[in-house]
Design a protein around this ligand. Structure first.
Ligand code: SF4
Length: 213
C-alpha cells in the first residue's frame, strides 16, 4: 500500500505530463451539457466527442430543446460517438426525466444521478467531481487498470476499485485519481502494451518495476 507521500509524488509527476481531459476543457459548460457529454464519451475518445458536443450545444443549448429533438436527429448527431442508438435514446430520456422529475436541473447526489437513464456510477461521479466540485472518484477502465498496476489496490472490477481507492486516497486528492490516471491510460499506460519505457512513474509502479527486473 503506498504512503500519502508516494501517492502525492505520483500525482505530481503525472500532473506534469497529463493531457487536459474533456471535462476539464469544457468544465465551464452548463451541468446538463457536461452530463450529456460524459454519457456520450463512454468508450469513445475525448478527441472524437469534443467537437461533436461543441457543435451540438451551439445549436441546442437547453434541456428542453434536446428533449424535443427527434431520436433520428440525435442518432445522426452522435453517430461518430459509437453506440449511437443507445446513447441517443439515453440522452433523450435523460432530458425528459430532468424536466419531469427534477424541475429541469441536474441533481447533485450519486443516488439521484444514477436514477437517470444511462447514468452509471462512473458518469455520476464525474459530474459530482467536475461539475459540482464534490469529492468523488470516477473509476473507468483506465483508473481500474492503472491503480492495480501501480500496486495501490488489488481489485477485480471497477466498482471494487472505486471503494478501495476511496479507502486509500485522502478526500482532497480524489479528483486527481480520474483527472490524472485517465489521461495516462489513454496516452502511455495502454491496456495491452503499456509504454513503460516512456513512462515517468515507472519507479513508483509495481508492474513497471517488475517488468524492468
Ligand atoms: S510503468 Fe508501465 S504499467 Fe506502470 S504506470 Fe507506467 S506505463 Fe503503466
Amino acid at each position: 500500500m503506498p504512503s500519502l507521500n508516494e501517492m502525492k509524488t505520483v500525482f505530481s509527476l503525472l500532473e506534469s505530463t497529463h493531457p487536459e481531459t474533456m471535462l476539464e476543457e469544457l468544465g465551464h459548460y452548463p451541468v446538463h451539457q457536461m452530463l450529456i457529454m460524459t454519457l456520450l464519451s463512454a468508450r469513445a475518445k475525448d478527441s472524437t466527442v469534443i467537437p461533436i458536443v461543441k457543435e451540438f450545444f451551439k445549436k441546442h443549448p437547453t434541456i428542453q430543446e434536446v428533449a424535443d429533438l427527434p431520436i433520428e436527429y440525435l442518432e445522426k448527431a452522435f453517430f461518430k460517438c459509437g453506440f449511437y442508438r443507445m446513447k441517443s435514446k439515453h440522452v433523450k430520456l435523460l432530458c425528459q426525466k430532468l424536466l419531469d422529475e427534477f424541475n429541469g436541473t441536474v441533481p447533485d447526489t450519486l443516488e439521484e444521478l444514477t436514477s437517470l437513464p444511462g447514468v452509471g456510477r462512473k458518469t455520476a461521479n464525474c459530474i459530482l467531481a467536475y461539475a459540482f466540485g464534490k469529492p468523488a472518484i470516477a473509476v473507468d477502465i483506465h483508473v481500474h487498470r492503472i491503480a492495480n498496476r501501480l500496486g495501490w489496490i488489488s481489485t477485480k472490477n471497477e466498482k471494487e476499485s472505486e471503494f478501495a481507492l476511496m479507502d486509500l486516497v485522502p478526500k482532497d486528492q480524489w479528483i486527481n485519481v480520474n483527472r490524472l490516471l485517465v489521461g495516462h491510460g489513454q496516452s502511455i499506460c495502454a491496456p495491452r502494451k503499456p509504454d513503460c519505457d516512456s513512462c515517468n512513474i515507472t519507479e513508483h509502479c509495481k508492474y513497471g518495476r517488475e517488468k524492468n527486473v
